[in-house]
Design a protein around this ligand. Structure first.
Ligand SMILES: Cc1cc2nc3c(=O)[nH]c(=O)nc-3n(C[C@H](O)[C@H](O)[C@H](O)COP(=O)(O)OP(=O)(O)OC[C@H]3O[C@@H](n4cnc5c(N)ncnc54)[C@H](O)[C@@H]3O)c2cc1C
Length: 417
């Protein structure tokens, strides 16, 4: 067993672990003795995949309403204490990363996630932060005020403070496999651990004919309902998947809530506006084609508005024959068709699993933490990032949470160094 007692051990060298270490270096002017432990042989394995390798590292509008959590006020306070501008300023001024803002979404100007990982690495190496890579932590215990992290290679590392940044259950191939609850067993109350579930994932439907739509993309709006009321909504590109279902950023945004409904045995319904326009506008567009292309069949007449196969699918669900001549449609049928194009109902039966989800919900309840992300009444035990039960929408919100929660934990630890 090593004799060294670190000021802080960080379990997980992903986004929030790397940020927590960097911030702790800054806040203690390099005085804190820090060790990062990661089961992978390199840091930031998931970070490398973010934003399709471009790393959408934050969002100008990262406020609490973009996230699901059980403690929105605490989340709000944390995001306000260290928000997107603070994160961007840290990246620019401490790590030397030039950032760009595209429509409110921040990226490194290289549009390469590796730039962010390299910059963390250079900074932490130069600051004397130690790293133990390729060895997973298998157990954490607390003895006489000192945290002990037992590693797979048989070694035990000790520290006065512990930041657990071990991630959630999404994309387990990157090292975060949803076992943080097990790791913290005995240190946190089991009632504070929420099962990890996929969030930001695709949704599947057994609706007849859906698979034929595979590959079709359209810009529109999705509303998630529990059958009686709207639970969540989002807008953007909708992609029909080969599994029979829908994906795309706006679908991922509502997917976490859909998974929770399915878990409760409630069948969610997604109402999709396939046109991105109002029903009134779509009705006028159909009427124009009804007059101009009266001799064409419905799917041909509307082919300039949407792919024919999608039009045929919608016609069938609306009880209209797509092979009928559009000129023969009456006002009522035109109205029904417009309604179906703007509010097609897709019953949801399933969702993409952890291997497809970009983020997971679940983890340690945020309501069990203080404003420094220290676990209730457990001096020196901090938890950050996706290991906490906070999941945000697509667009840089989840990485911002990783940075904000890490900054809060670093502040807590720094007060003890
Ligand atoms: C494909 C993809 C694209 C994404 N794109 C974006 C994006 O553009 N913008 C955005 O905001 N978010 C994005 N996300 C989400 C974002 O990557 C995560 O929210 C973020 O990485 C969470 O950071 P974290 O540090 O909490 O966890 P992670 O980044 O998952 O890091 C956890 C680390 O802990 C290590 N670890 C786990 N258990 C142990 C253990 N027992 N012992 C030792 N080490 C352990 C793991 O190896 C891992 O390196 C994306 C996610 C995916 C999968």
């Amino acid at each position: 067993m090593s004799r060294t007692v670190y000021d802080c051990i960080i379990i997980g060298g992903g986004a929030s672990g790397l940020f927590a270490a960097s911030m702790l270096v800054k806040l203690t002017s390099g005085k804190a003795k820090i060790l990062i432990i990661d089961g992978n042989d390199r840091c930031g394995k998931k970070l490398a995949l973010t934003g399709s390798g471009r790393c959408n590292l934050s969002n100008k509008n990262a406020l609490a309403d973009k996230y699901y959590t059980d403690a929105p006020e605490l989340l709000d306070g944390c995001l306000k204490a260290f928000g997107s501008e603070d994160a961007v300023s840290f990246f620019e001024n401490e790590l030397g990363i030039v950032t760009v803002c595209d429509n409110g979404l921040y990226y490194p100007s290289t549009y390469r996630a590796q730039t962010v990982i390299d910059s963390f690495k250079f900074f932490l190496d130069e600051s004397g932060v130690e790293m133990k890579l390729g060895s997973r932590c298998t157990k954490i215990s607390l003895n006489n005020g000192i945290y002990e992290a037992a590693l797979k290679d048989g070694s035990v590392c000790k520290a006065r403070n512990l930041i657990v940044s071990a991630g959630g259950s999404a994309y387990p191939s990157t090292g975060s496999d949803g076992t943080v609850g097990l790791l913290l067993k005995g240190l946190v109350d089991s009632s504070d651990i929420v099962d990890f579930r996929p969030a930001l994932t695709s949704l599947t439907s057994k609706m007849q004919g859906m698979k034929a739509l595979a590959g079709i993309r359209c810009k529109g709006k999705v509303d998630l309902s529990d059958g009686s009321k709207t639970i969540d909504s989002s807008e953007g590109e909708i992609i029909f998947s080969k599994e029979g279902g829908i994906s795309g950023i706006c679908v991922m945004d509502i997917s976490g809530a859909a998974v929770k409904l399915l878990d409760k045995g409630v069948k969610p319904v997604v109402t999709v506006n396939l046109t991105g326009r109002s029903e009134e506008d779509v009705m006028k567009m159909i009427e124009t084609r009804h007059n101009r292309f009266a001799g064409r069949n419905v799917s041909s007449a509307l082919s300039g508005m949407m792919p024919r196969v999608l039009c045929e699918f919608v016609c069938k669900t609306a009880g209209i024959d797509p092979a009928a001549s559009i000129g023969d449609l009456g006002d009522k049928e035109i109205s029904v068709l417009a309604k179906s194009l703007c509010a097609m109902k897709i019953p949801v039966d399933g969702f993409g699993g952890n291997d497809k989800a970009q983020v997971s919900s679940g983890g340690i309840r945020l309501s069990a933490m203080n404003q420094n992300m220290q676990y209730r009444n457990r001096k020196g035990l901090y938890i950050t990032g996706e290991a906490l039960d906070v999941d945000g929408r697509c667009g840089g919100f989840n990485l911002q949470w990783a940075w904000s929660s890490a900054a809060a934990a670093a502040k807590g630890v720094a007060a003890d160094v």
